[in-house]
Design a protein around this ligand. Structure first.
Ligand SMILES: Cc1cc2nc3c(=O)[nH]c(=O)nc-3n(C[C@H](O)[C@H](O)[C@H](O)COP(=O)(O)OP(=O)(O)OC[C@H]3O[C@@H](n4cnc5c(N)ncnc54)[C@H](O)[C@@H]3O)c2cc1C
Length: 297
């Protein structure tokens, strides 16, 4: 097996164009497990760890552009205040060792329905920046990135450069059910992000369908129900209907981690809880500002 180690992004794209069968390697926390278990033997590994362009993040025109090689531990430490939903999800990934090496870029590359990075990216309306030497940059909305079980929208000569998302403009939450508290792949997971400037609540559902997905009907329903201006209480009936619509958006299977029935039940509970937490935070934030929208006191 060849081992390719490009030093720049352009060299990495050139190497991928020349050897489309080369398997990108970032943190290696998925790749090395698959090689060790002989799941497949790629003709070559394309190690991206020397590519500095992937290792940083920037704020560009009010949005964040986060390199595919930024590990979870840095997302939590450096961006936790601006991307609280993704940071919350990142804290649940594996162990400290996995969070030191593992990246959202690798999570997107693996495209597992259970990847913990995916629901917050969906709820945050993220866009994935991918690039090839031949055709340049493509910007793919997270909702179009996942195309099948462990399959994403990348062409064989493309690499993931970064993901783009706005810093949180409202409360965000992530919730995950596992068979134990840590080092666990999600039985199912759910993310919510309130976007008050658009009067929208967006969602991400994990491990409850062939791909991570949004619960669009639930989003439309609750966005219209919420009292964005007056910040009034969340009606119990609206929270219940939201949970039902999230449940209807799922199409899970029975597998070793859980049954389909359990998954849809757990999803509806997580949907109701995270919506309640997020809405209560939004209301509290509003009351601290006072009626004129200015800081109180
Ligand atoms: C013990 C253990 C616990 C884990 N726990 C969790 C968990 O709780 N939640 C969770 O979501 N995951 C978990 N994982 C899976 C894994 O850690 C994550 O998916 C992680 O995000 C992968 O990132 P990585 O940088 O290590 O990816 P890698 O292993 O380097 O790559 C993963 C995939 O992405 C591709 N890839 C990487 N970078 C790029 C790029 N720039 N462009 C195109 N393709 C690319 C690779 O070719 C490969 O197909 C766990 C893994 C282990 C071993």
């Amino acid at each position: 097996m060849d081992f390719l180690r490009p030093a720049t992004w352009d060299d990495a794209l050139a190497a991928k164009a020349e050897r489309p069968g080369a398997l990108p390697l970032q943190g290696g926390t998925d790749v090395m497990v698959e090689i060790n278990f002989d799941v497949h033997r790629p003709e070559a590994l394309l190690d991206l760890n020397r590519v500095r362009e992937l290792a940083g993040w920037d704020a560009v025109d009010g949005r964040l552009r986060v390199g595919a090689g930024v590990p979870y531990v840095r997302l939590i430490g450096e961006l936790g205040d601006r991307l609280p939903g993704l940071a919350q999800a990142s804290r649940t990934v594996g162990s400290p060792q996995i969070r030191n090496r593992g990246t959202v870029g690798g999570n997107l590359g693996a495209a597992s329905p259970a990847g913990d990075g995916h629901p917050p990216l969906l709820a945050g309306d993220a866009v994935i920046e991918v690039e090839s030497a031949a055709r340049g940059v493509r910007m793919i909305p997270a909702a179009e990135f996942f195309v099948g079980v462990k399959r994403n929208a990348l062409e064989p000569d493309e690499l993931i450069r970064a993901f783009w998302t706005a810093p949180a403009s409202g409360p965000q939450y992530f919730s995950k059910i596992g068979t134990r508290n840590a080092m666990v792949i999600a039985v199912c997971s759910f993310a919510i992000a309130l976007h008050p400037e658009r009067r929208r609540a967006l969602t991400g559902v994990g491990s409850a369908a062939p791909t991570p997905r949004r619960a669009s009907a639930a989003e439309d329903f609750i966005s219209a129900e919420l009292d964005w201006e007056g910040r009034g209480p969340l009606p119990v009936s609206a929270a219940q209907r939201f949970a039902e619509l999230v449940r209807e958006a799922a199409s899970p299977i029975d597998d070793v981690r859980g049954t389909a029935d359990y998954r849809v039940h757990a999803l509806s509970v997580m949907a109701r809880r995270t919506l309640t937490w997020a809405w209560n935070d939004y209301r509290t934030e509003g009351s601290a500002r006072g009626p004129a929208g200015k800081e109180a006191g």
